[in-house]
Design a protein. Sequence first.
Length: 93
Amino acid sequence: MSELHNEVSELERKSATAARLFDIRRIIGGLFVVYGIIVTIAGISPSDADLNKAEDININLWTGLAMLALGLFFLGWLWLRPTPPPTEDPEGE
C-alpha cells in the first residue's frame, strides 16, 4: 500500500509540474513578447509607402510596443501569481 501511495504522490507531483509548465499565461505571454519584438523591429525604420498607407502613423511600431507590453504583462502576472500546487485530497474520498 505504501508503494502505491508513493507512486500516486509522484504522479501528482509530475502533473502539477506539467500544469505549471503549460500554464496558458506563459504561452500567451511568450508568443506576444516574441511577435512584439518582431513587429517593433519592423516598425523602427518604416518605408514612406508604409507610412502613407497608414496615414503617417507608424502602426508597426505602436502595435509591436503594445504586443510587447501585453506579453510582459502576462509573464509578470505569471511571476507574481504562480499556479498553486494541488491540495492533498483526504484518503477517505
